[in-house]
Ligand binder design. Structure first.
Ligand code: HEC
Length: 267
């Protein structure tokens, strides 16, 4: 009983004053339920229950056409958790990451799928302060950082999109996959548009980004499921790009610098 009280006050602090509706929703889900689910992931704020990866992909693909990349990936992950866990997922303002579409409001920087995935992973793993790295890795990081680092590496190194919508769900039949070598929206979508020979403002490109959103949401769910099982191990060395190049970077230097890749001071 004492523990339950402690849980409530922590929740109230996390939610912040003034959001009475959210607080009331937590009360109605039942505090004991919240505590036991919280135990499973080690985080009281955003208790995690293992996701059905295929359901995540289906929700993400269908959500993309109205919500675009960032909100779509967050929806793919949080909508099933709203059903299986309840609060705080049920009242989470998914549109709080909408702005990240088009690589942050069309500026073509980081792909919005990664902002959505990173937001989910950050919230879900916030209570897990365990540091991890690869064998021989130079920088131990929080487990959530390692997970999102692996999601970014997957984005940059895989042939995408891979997701195949169920019959009747595709708005266009995609012919090509491409490897971006970077998490940058502009380069990722540009390489694919070039290969597929389509324009940006068309249903063909939207179908590609819808499938890619499903891929990223599904891969994130897969790693979160491993984390919940206690079997997650980082696949890629955290912060390797920055440490190797002595500047925040990706692996595709020559695409912009040609043969004259500068060497950073300190390298
Ligand atoms: C998306 C394009 C792009 C990619 C990819 C890229 N760079 Fe750069 N980089 C730039 C631009 C633009 C600048 C600004 C300075 C300039 O014009 O040289 C810059 C600046 C730098 C600088 C600091 C300026 C200098 O001359 O010392 C270094 C060092 C550097 N890049 C190294 C790298 C390395 C190493 C990689 C690969 C790991 C890389 N870059 C990948 C575009 C890129």
């Amino acid at each position: 009983m004492k523990d339950d009280k402690k849980e409530v006050s922590r929740r109230e602090v996390l939610i912040g004053a003034g959001t009475i509706a959210a607080g009331a929703a937590v009360m109605s889900t039942g505090i004991t339920g919240l505590v036991s689910k919280a135990k499973a992931s080690g985080d009281a704020a955003y208790p995690y229950k293992k996701l059905d990866v295929n359901e995540v992909g289906r929700i993400a693909h269908e959500t993309y056409f109205t919500k675009f990349c960032a909100e779509t990936v967050l929806t793919g992950l949080f909508k099933p958790l709203a059903a299986s866990v309840g609060e705080p997922y049920a009242s989470f303002p998914l549109n709080s990451v909408f702005w990240a579409h088009g690589g942050l409001m069309g500026w073509g920087t980081a792909c919005g799928t990664l902002i959505g995935a990173g937001t989910a992973v950050g919230l879900i793993t916030a209570g897990d302060s365990k540091k991890v790295t690869t064998s021989g890795g130079r920088a131990p990081v929080a487990v959530g950082e390692a997970i999102i680092n692996d999601v970014i590496a997957f984005y940059a190194s895989e042939n995408l999109p891979q997701y195949k919508p169920a019959a009747g769900q595709a708005k266009y039949e995609i012919k090509n996959q491409s490897i971006s070598d970077t998490p940058i929206c502009h380069i990722s979508v540009g390489k694919w548009m070039d290969k597929e020979d389509v324009k940006f403002f068309g249903i063909e490109r939207k179908e590609r980004c819808a499938r890619l959103s499903a891929d990223i949401a599904m891969y994130t769910a897969k790693l979160l499921n491993e984390w919940a099982d206690g079997t997650y191990k980082p696949r890629n060395e955290p912060l390797a790009n920055a440490l190797d190049n002595q500047i925040t970077s990706q692996g595709n230097c020559s695409e912009c610098h040609g043969d004259n890749v500068p060497t950073a001071k300190g390298a």
